[in-house]
Write a protein of this length. Structure first.
Length: 66
């Protein structure tokens, strides 16, 4: 599942924290919100519910800043 969708991924800020947006054809279908402590990923949250997706504050990062 992740391999096929990876090509549609973009690094972003999700509610001010690091994350990855999956948007095939420009349609947001999934957000991975990443939790980091001491420079390590400690957890992640997979969000696919349309209502929750709509409530997120998202900001794409320019290439190379993720």
């Amino acid at each position: 599942m992740w391999g096929r969708r990876a090509r549609f991924g973009a690094v972003a800020l999700v509610d001010g924290a690091p994350g990855i947006l999956i948007a095939p054809g420009g349609r947001l279908v999934l957000v991975l919100r990443v939790f980091v402590a001491r420079n390590r990923v400690t957890a992640y949250d997979v969000i696919a519910d349309p209502a929750r997706l709509a409530a997120l504050e998202l900001a794409l990062l320019p290439d190379g800043e993720g």
